[in-house]
Unconditional design. Sequence first.
Length: 148
Amino acid sequence: MPESSVKSDQPSFDAVLAYGILRATFGINIMLHGVSRLLAGPAGFLAYLNHYFEKTPMIPPAMLPIFAAVLPWAEGFFGLLLVVGLGTRFAIVGGSAVMAMLVFGSNLAQDWNIAGLQLIYVFIYYYLLVHRERLNGFSVDTMIGTKR
């Protein structure tokens, strides 16, 4: 059988490279969501949330300051882990949990456009998780020999 027609269990260099680029770029996106909110200060993000949910009685206003304080740090932390590929599985699962909360809130606010866009993020998290073990070659996890 010709060598070119034999399938290898090893992913191609291009597949590993593409995964690394997607993981790092997505991590930059998530990280900068958090960093930009932190730089703007807690009052600005809280004001945005109060306005966004003002007509959503199912979200108690008392929860918004807690969410406004935690979300930017979570986004920044999970995004940074994705950028460098450290604790990649943890970062993907944690980021997915954050997205589940954001999707929940967007749907309660009946903001269907934002909820639809958030599903793209959820799909990227799905893709990164499903292909992590096989394609996460360009990462700190691989450099230090961890699979988790």
